[in-house]
Ligand binder design. Structure first.
Ligand code: PRP
Ligand code: URA
Length: 209
């Protein structure tokens, strides 16, 4: 079964409170999501492989470690996943970015795929699927299906807030996938919104409501 990691660093939890706050402006919301994505990237990359290189300091030559940033791929789910990409690229600038466009049909709550563009070497990369919200789990499950159909095998999921229903659905559909979240909230309401959540992540990021 995939593990669930709750990123409970005080800085992440502090910023998440302001992300939730309905009085936070679009500008501040975007900045806070970007900052939390950077902090969560620190957690999610904890176990990525290192390689040894030789480095010459001003006084000696020594062996030292570097990470292989070119082996990572970030896969934001459009739209809201875009809000977390730059924050992660600050730490891993060599990562490539693939996009999967999905929206939830407001009636059925089922994800509808409308766009996919992935790096050509996507199967060789360790992939981080990014979406601020894991509600019913339908969008994340569909995005991971897209990647698995293309023979990707190393996939993690990063979200800001998850509903327990979404976590269960993800674990049933993809028991091999580890999930990193800042919080697991109480429940979903009848419209599939996470309670207490933060509202509609895409609308709050892009100021569309
Ligand atoms: C939101 C969110 C997730 C999805 C989560 O996107 O960004 O992708 O809902 O819900 P689920 O777990 O029930 O699938 P939305 O469909 O509102 O599209 P948008 O990002 O374009 O606004
Ligand atoms: N998508 C969002 O943006 N927010 C929710 O609470 C659920 C799905």
């Amino acid at each position: 079964m995939g593990k669930v990691f709750i990123c409970d660093h005080p800085l992440i939890q502090h910023k998440l409170t302001y992300i939730r706050d309905e009085n936070t402006t679009t500008k501040a919301f975007r900045e806070l999501v970007d900052e939390v994505a950077t902090l969560m990237a620190y957690e999610i990359t904890r176990n990525i492989p290192l390689e040894t290189v030789t480095v010459k300091t001003p006084v000696a030559t020594t062996e030292s470690k570097i990470i292989s940033g070119r082996m990572l791929g970030l896969i934001p789910i459009l739209r809201a996943g875009l809000g977390m990409v730059d924050g992660i690229l600050k730490l891993i600038p060599a990562a490539k970015v693939g996009h999967i466009g999905l929206y939830r049909d407001p009636e059925t709550l089922l994800p509808v795929e409308y766009y996919t563009k992935l790096p050509t070497d996507v199967t060789e990369r360790q992939l981080i699927v990014i979406d601020p919200m894991l509600a019913t789990g339908g969008s994340a499950i569909a995005a991971i299906n897209v990647l698995k159909k293309r023979n990707c095998t190393q996939i993690k999921l990063m979200c800001l807030i998850a509903a327990p229903e979404g976590v269960r659905a993800l674990q049933e559909a993809h028991p091999d996938i580890d999930l990193y979240v800042a919080a697991i909230d109480d429940h979903l309401n009848d419209h599939g919104y996470i309670i207490p959540g933060l509202g509609d992540a895409g609308d709050r990021l892009f100021g569309t409501k």
